[in-house]
Design a protein around this ligand. Structure first.
Ligand SMILES: NC(=O)c1ccc[n+]([C@@H]2O[C@H](COP(=O)([O-])OP(=O)(O)OC[C@H]3O[C@@H](n4cnc5c(N)ncnc54)[C@H](O)[C@@H]3O)[C@@H](O)[C@H]2O)c1
Ligand SMILES: N[C@H](C(=O)O)[C@H](O)COP(=O)(O)O
Length: 324
């Protein structure tokens, strides 16, 4: 369910209403049934997940894990934090046990969870931690990718203050992010020979070292090493000209060095169709590209499009992983 006081319950209900005719997209919610009833959902509380398929066409299936205080729409409260975290943990366990084919996370408010002592920057890192002991045949993440239309961006640093980005970037982590991306494009996306590009950090990708030296001192050597290992990666390129229509045709994924470098073009291109995918996990995980939308929660105007896209993507990825 994610954050129960934001738009999560509303978009879950709207997504179910759109998808209920498609049994292959059957999902159930792990969370507070009352929060879903508050937004008007006809909820079917299930005791066993195998019952989800039986009710999905008629009602929204929920594994009810009640909050201990009411969720007030538009008013997040850190008292809900431990519940939100336990819902994520239960979902991950079901995936690891092979009882669910994928996890679609509802948006969480990072600050609400931080206030309860949650020590991971977001789902991505927490999912990496929860699945660390599970076997995984490949380059292990977690690595954050967002997709929208013909664009895939991958973040080399995620929820990091801009002032810390430079010190967080290093050759080993960058190379690892590229390797995880390269492998995921092949196995999860079916791209035989992935073409990667890397954005520069500085304006004009440093302009030969006159506007910053990170491109010369860090990025070019990493790219040269990866090329020598047979990975088709080019760059570093000036980020401002990497995302227009023609540029996007030249690569399968762009490695971006910080959050907004990748997510501004992505969410500008298609905010409603954007999907967040965690690469390099032993489970399938997707999420909408947007957050908790507290400012519009309870108004009935939240759009479910990104959650619907995340559900389709989770289904597609699970087909590749488990049925191919
Ligand atoms: N997937 C996630 O878990 C995730 C992703 C991004 C942000 N967040 C969290 O969300 C919180 C709010 O972040 P933010 O304000 O930067 O981003 P946001 O995506 O919640 O909102 C940005 C803008 O888009 C609008 N919007 C968002 N989703 C919408 C929808 N489905 N329909 C219509 N309008 C929508 C909002 O009203 C707001 O104007 C933060 O605490 C952040 O940590 C979570
Ligand atoms: N970085 C994402 C975004 O801004 O859209 C979002 O915060 C999701 O992060 P997690 O999946 O790690 O929670």
């Amino acid at each position: 369910m994610g954050e129960p006081c934001g738009i999560g319950p509303e978009i879950i209900l709207k997504a179910w209403d759109t998808l209920k005719r498609f049994p292959e997209l059957c999902f159930y919610v792990i969370g507070d049934a009352q929060a879903l009833k508050t937004v008007g959902a006809d909820v079917a509380v299930i005791q066993d997940i195998s019952d989800a398929h039986k009710v999905f066409a008629a009602s929204l299936p929920v594994l009810d894990r009640p909050l201990t205080a009411p969720a007030v729409v538009g008013h997040p409260d850190s008292v809900h934090g431990p519940h939100i975290v336990r819902w994520i943990e239960e979902a991950v366990s079901l995936c690891l046990e092979g009882r669910a084919r994928g996890l679609i996370t509802g948006p969480i408010a990072k600050s609400v969870l931080y206030a309860t002592g949650f020590s991971f920057p977001g789902h991505t890192e927490y999912l990496g931690n929860l699945t660390a002991a599970a076997p995984y045949d490949g380059a292990r993440g977690p690595v954050m990718m967002l997709t929208a239309k013909d664009l895939r961006v991958v973040l080399a640093t995620i929820h990091v203050p801009l002032s810390d980005v430079k010190k967080r970037l290093n050759a080993d982590d960058l190379a690892h992010t590229v390797r995880v991306t390269h492998q995921a494009l092949k196995t999860d996306f079916g791209i035989k020979s992935p073409r990667l590009v890397m954005a520069g950090l500085n304006p004009h990708a440093g302009e030969d070292g006159t506007i910053g030296r990170e491109e010369i001192d860090l990025l070019k050597p990493v790219i040269a090493d990866l090329q020598a290992q047979g990975i088709d990666i080019k760059g570093p390129f000036p980020a401002d000209s990497l995302f227009h229509d023609e540029a996007r045709l030249t690569y399968d994924a762009c490695i971006c060095l910080y959050h907004d470098q990748g997510l501004i073009p992505l969410k500008t291109l298609d905010f409603w169709g954007g999907v967040n995918i965690t690469l390099g996990l032993p489970i399938v995980r997707t999420s909408p590209d947007h957050g908790t939308g507290f400012g519009i929660a309870g108004q009935g105007i939240a759009r479910p499009d990104s959650l619907i896209a995340a559900t389709h993507t989770a289904h597609d990825l699970s087909m590749k992983r488990y049925d191919a």
